[in-house]
Write a protein of this length. Structure first.
Lengths: 117, 115
């Protein structure tokens, strides 16, 4: 069975600090996709990134960066120079094939990030 | 495009009442799904559909029914509400293809309280 573990339930940092959110996954599939979603206090789910299992290149988007390491089954997310607007719950998710071409997402339990001044 | 819309945004029910949560998308996505979000448990799949007329159960289907008569709509029915169904419900949609990488677009959520 697929599993996604986000061991950090809550993290508090002071603005401008760097913070890394951990994500460890389990799957028997050789082809899979990993995702990060952000859920701000308003409640909607915002897509941040998608990474497939064959692409282990790190990715950087502004202050956000992602480190995918297949050898340790991890897909960690780093926010550089955090800002108050980064305060949210962050979910890591793993795609799981369903019937035919459909897939479902298995979510971790989320990490609540609180950035204070 | 309105994307994925959900109604209502908030709902309070009494135990035993039934109701339907509405979900619609205007992106011509084949795949639609319902998740529930509970504190400390992330999002869990309730039901999903890979196209009109096709539905299947997810991880936590008990107490819920779905149907998919059109590509656009995917309503979730609570047959006899229970306090354990108090949750935030998200509808999502995506294209289907030969890969499982498609981004799932989520609706704004419905916060349901069952007393």
């Amino acid at each position: 069975a697929q599993k996604v573990t986000q061991a950090q339930t809550e993290i508090s940092v002071v603005e401008k600090e760097d913070v890394t959110l951990d994500c460890v996954y389990e799957t028997r599939d050789t082809t899979y996709y990993l995702f990060w979603y952000k859920q701000p206090p308003s409640g909607e789910l915002v897509f941040l990134i998608r990474r497939n299992s064959f692409d282990e290149q790190n990715e950087i988007s502004g202050r956000y960066s992602w480190n995918f390491q297949k050898s340790t089954s991890s897909f960690n997310f780093t926010i550089t120079a955090s800002q108050v607007v980064d305060s949210a719950v962050y979910f890591c998710a793993l795609s799981e094939p369903l019937l035919g071409t459909a897939s479902k997402l298995t979510f971790g339990t989320g990490t609540r990030l609180q950035v204070t001044l | 495009n309105a994307g994925v819309t959900q109604t209502p945004k908030f709902q309070v029910l009494k135990t035993g009442q039934s109701m339907t949560l509405q979900c619609a998308q205007d992106m011509n996505h084949e795949y639609m799904s319902w998740y529930r979000q509970d504190p400390g448990m992330g999002l869990r799949l309730i039901h999903y559909s890979v196209g009109a007329g096709i539905t299947d159960q997810g991880e936590v289907p008990n107490g819920y029914n779905v149907s998919r008569s059109t590509t656009e709509d995917f309503p979730l029915r609570l047959l006899s509400a229970a306090p354990s169904q108090t949750s935030v419900y998200f509808c999502a949609s995506s294209l289907t293809s030969e890969s499982s990488y498609n981004e799932q677009f989520f609706g704004p959520g419905t916060r349901l309280t069952v007393l």
